[in-house]
Design a binder for this molecule. Sequence first.
Ligand code: ADP
Ligand code: MG
Length: 461
Amino acid sequence: MDNNNLSKEKLWQIILGEMELQLTRANFVTWFKNATIASLEDNNETAVISLPNEFTRAWFEKKYHKIILDILQDNSDNKIKRISYRVESNLTPTMETEKKSVSLEEIMKQEPGEKEMEIDKQGLNPKYSFENFIVGKGNELAHGAAVAVARNPGKKYNPLFIYGGVGLGKTHLLQAVGHEILKQDKKKKIFYLSAEKFTNEFVKAIREGKTEAFKKTYRNKDLFLVDDVQFFAGKEGVQEEFFHTFNSLYQKDKQIILTSDRPPRVIPALEERLISRFEGGMIVDVSAPDLETRMAILQQKAREKNINIDKDILQYIAVQIQSNVRRLEGALNKIIAYHELNKMPFSIEETKKIIASLTNVPRKAALSPRELLQIVADFFGIKFSELTGASRKKELVGPRQVAMYLLREELEASFPLIGHELGGRDHTTAMHAWRKIKREVDQEGRIKQEIEFIKQRIYNN
Ligand code: ADP
Ligand code: MG
């Protein structure tokens, strides 16, 4: 940067200036007070940002990475190409801060984004390896299958289809296979992406007239990892393309691994030929970990962060948070952040307060009818406007009735309100729908399973 006289100090000041404009004061102070650009390396192509702890690093990677990189590129004539983060524990504050302590409310407001950063060129996040995956009840079968596939790609189970609720380690396992295969052979062509990304890329390729290049990219892999294939629900064009991609890889004995929040047959509006492909290999599920496993996961996460934390505290978290590993980890992160930022030793009292504020959200009241309808629409792969619209097509009437049933059962909404929310229908329509679905649920049919999956989405996020 010498010749265009932008020093790392100056760049950092620019970043601070921009971030201060974009963030609340509390957030700005919390996350930026101990951060700085430590150096510019690789011929000034890499900015090394040093941060005070692992938690802040994860936060930067998830929330601020893109914007900081944009600022750096804009202010270096695109010379800076990437950021690497370094954790240094003995940093002294690099800017004046008025606030000394961080309140519980501030920590609570800070919900890390769901979206994982795609870290390397294969799309893999280095965090998700077999080494730091805890095996226990609920995931041992899925883990075993993933290990078997990593040892024998394309031969053992193809495809491997992993399904289960939110935050139970599906993405982690999927990527662990990728890392493992790369470890054995660096030259292997591996690709990880979400079904959503695949869809977007496909749409883009069509728009830009580059479908041939698209096909070439995806059909030329040794290991193809596709996350959250329930996203294909109801999207015919991309299902067709995916079918061909799948076949092309499969015929060459290339390993394919897929994840989903439900088994293939329960993905609505998924073509039969895709269902039978998905069912053609091995299907395994992941379910919520038991207490012992949750405890082991917390210990592992604390170890990864180099944090010494009492077993009692971990035990308390593990007992309180049961259904979702991401939330378990989130709770631990909040507790660590709260204590670190306030420079306090860990205490069970503070832990209890933090957990209470995480778990006491009154669930039913927390969700609006609109939000519930959106979840139902997403589940069935239809638009919100179709769900609430006038069309009486069979593919829409079924989901609509399920939506009315759920509004009644989960939000305790009145029938007139339900009618109103669904595009101004009569309350008798809502009553009829509720009764019909209730009958089917009582008969334990397929609808019941669908409703269970939707409820998981309602309550698991
Ligand atoms: P999913 O894809 O099923 O929604 P993820 O794979 O994203 O869930 O997992 C959510 C978080 O929980 C990740 O940070 C992951 O590392 C962690 N996690 C889940 N299961 C385990 C496990 N068995 N051992 C260690 N970490 C886990
Ligand atoms: Mg996932």
